[in-house]
Each structure stands twice: as C-alpha cells, then as structure tokens.
Design a protein around this ligand. Structure first.
Ligand code: UD1
Length: 330
C-alpha cells in the first residue's frame, strides 16, 4: 500500500482519482483550499482519507503534505480559459507558482513520482489535427500558457533533480460532480444542468467549434497508469489524455436535447476571447507508453453524466415525506 497525495482533492477530477485509489485499497492524503473545489465532492470519503485544508502556494504546508508520500497527483488549479483572460496574475499564481512550490516540496520529501494535470489548451489554435505531443505548442490564453509552463517545470524537475514527473494533457474532461454553477464551468456541466431545468443554454460563437470531450473514468485510468508505468517509458514525458474523436458543440447540443428532453433552440453569443476552434487528440503515445485505452465513449459518458445530474436535481425522498407522523412511507 502506497501513500498518495492529491492536490485539489475537492475538485471533480481530484475527488474521482481519490475514490479510484480508495477502491484499490490505497492510502490517500488530500489538500484543497476550496478556491474552486467543493466540500461535497469529498464528503462521502472524508473518513477514509487524510484531509488538510491548505493552499499549495504555502510551501511549509506543502512540505508537511508531502512528508512520507510516495506519489503525487497534482490536480489543483484554477481551470478556466476565460477566468485567466480576466485575471492573468491570479491564473499564474494558482497554475504556475503553486506548481513550483509543490515540486520543491515533493523533491525535498523524496516523492517517487508526480503526475500532473496539464491541458490540451497548450496546443492552441494550430491548424493541424489531431494534436500530437511532438507538435510545437502555441498557447493562446494565459491559462494555456500557465499549464504549458508548469509542464516545463515538471520536465525540468526530472532533468535537473531526477524527480520523476509525468504530464497528462487533459482534453475537456467531463462527468458527474463537475461544478456547473460558475460562469467559468465546463460547457457540458453547464448545458446539462441548464437543459434539465428547462433553461436555454448559450453557445459562444457559431457552435461549429469542436472538442475531444473525454469522460472522467478515462482520465482517472490514465492517472493510475501514469503512476504505475515504468520510469523509462514515462518520466519527464507528456501524454494526451483524450478519446481521439471530436464533436462540435452544436452536435453535442442535439445529443443533449435527446438525453435531457429540452426541445428549444440554443441562444447564441459572441465567441469567447482565448477560445480554441478545434481540438482533437492523437492518443497513440499514451496507448503505447501508458497502456491507456479509453473505455467509455463520449455518448455513454454523456448518458451517465445526464443521469447523475438528473438524480441531483430530483428532490430527496425525505423532502417528499409528510411532516406529520401519519402516512410516512418506508
Ligand atoms: C479548455 C481546454 C481543456 C481544459 C479546460 C479547463 C481547450 C481545447 N480545452 O477547455 O482541455 O480542461 O480549458 O477549463 O483549450 N461554451 C459555450 N457556452 C458556455 C460555455 C462554453 O458555448 O456556456 C463553449 C466555449 O466557448 C468553448 C467550448 O464551449 O468553445 C468549451 O468550453 P469549456 O467547456 O469552457 O472548455 P475549453 O475552454 O474548451
């Protein structure tokens, strides 16, 4: 049994990795400052993990968090393109400075490996599709620059200090528990909750932009593989984590109409600054070196996600029970 530290354990991806590790009987320690993570994401596992409320910019707190740790999954971030356009300094602090602080603490604590949540946004708007790790990155938004800079810090800490690091470029991860409530939330979490409530979603641009939307279970599997793969295959390397298929936002909207029962048209607004038009991954590198194979398709993932949000929207049984002692059903 190994001890795993997850930064951003209150986030949608961090908490999903935590549950997968617990299922395997592993030990989990988590940190979060709840800047973007949510307490309810870890409420069900709080008694099974060691949790510390801390900011990863706090080097002392990170040194304590890394003590005796074997593996780190660095998921903490402010994961938003538009937010970074509004606040590049905040994005840099949370997505770059905090990464360096964590790496210093991990290096000094003798951590075996750090697996990093990077982003497909690093590729930017280069016309070549699919995106392969050997392509020259061309980030557009401050968020994309920050994620790419942190990737380079990962590689640097491997080359300069021998700390094993693996960067995973996530392609639009979605699934249950993704926060839909912020204007910066991922489009699928937003659209699904809006459409289930009968509210009209807004498409930024013409809806022809495309994404390689990747279901959370595939991303979790990639993390576990990156942790276990031989160092010679993965240390100091970067891998796409995606499905290798893309869909446009309009196509996605139509699938969601069927799944949610929302029959109205979408609203349209101006294209978002910093937005990438098309995104599609070549996943052959992750297949070869990590043994990664996405097992949940976009459609199946979307179906499971809609079902999860539908359950959340439904009133609890206790809310439906009469308040008097008579007639309460079992
Ligand atoms: C980007 C990264 C992704 C990363 C994420 C973190 C790319 C290609 N992808 O996602 O890997 O995990 O940042 O935040 O760079 N949209 C609407 N209406 C809405 C919300 C969004 O039309 O209400 C549109 C956006 O303009 C965009 C698409 O939906 O074209 C996807 O947006 P979003 O889910 O925010 O993710 P990306 O910015 O693509």
């Amino acid at each position: 049994m190994s001890l795993h530290l997850i930064t951003g354990i209150g986030g949608f991806i961090g908490s999903s990795i935590a549950r997968a590790l617990l299922d395997r009987g592993e030990q989990v320690r988590g940190v979060d400052n709840f800047a973007t993570g949510r307490r309810e994401n870890i409420a069900g596992i709080l008694n099974l993990i060691e949790f510390r409320e801390a900011d990863i910019l706090d080097l002392d707190a990170m040194r304590q968090a890394c003590a005796a740790v074997d593996y780190v999954f660095h998921e903490a971030a402010i994961p938003s393109v538009p937010k970074s356009v509004l606040d590049p300094l905040g994005s840099n602090r949370a997505n770059v400075d905090a990464t360096v602080s964590l790496l210093v603490a991990a290096r000094d604590a003798g951590v075996k490996r750090v697996v990093y949540a990077s982003s497909s946004s690093a590729y930017g708007d280069t016309p070549t599709l699919p995106k392969h790790e050997s392509m020259t990155p061309s980030p557009i938004s401050p968020y994309a620059v920050a994620k790419l800079a942190s990737e380079h810090y990962m590689i640097s800490f491997y080359r300069c200090y021998g700390l094993q690091t693996v960067a995973l470029r996530y392609f639009n991860i979605f699934g249950p528990q993704q926060d839909p409530s912020s204007p910066y939330s991922g489009v699928l979490a937003k659209f699904i909750t809006q459409m289930l409530r009968g509210e009209q979603p807004t498409i930024f641009g013409d809806g022809e932009q495309s994404r390689d939307f990747t279901y959370i279970d595939n991303a979790v599997a990639a993390n576990l593989l990156a942790c276990a793969a031989p160092a010679a295959e993965v240390a100091g390397q970067v891998f796409n984590v995606a499905t290798g298929r893309r869909v446009t936002l309009l196509e996605t909207f139509h699938v969601l109409q069927k799944l949610t029962g929302y029959s109205g048209p979408p609203a349209y607004a101006a294209e978002r600054s910093g937005d990438v038009k098309h995104s599609l991954a070549d996943i052959s590198r992750a297949k070869k070196h990590l043994g990664y194979n996405p097992t949940v398709t976009f459609e199946e993932g979307l179906r499971q996600t809609v079902e999860w949000y539908r359950t959340q929207a439904r009133p609890q049984t206790s809310d439906l029970r009469p308040q008097t002692s008579h007639g309460s059903s079992p």
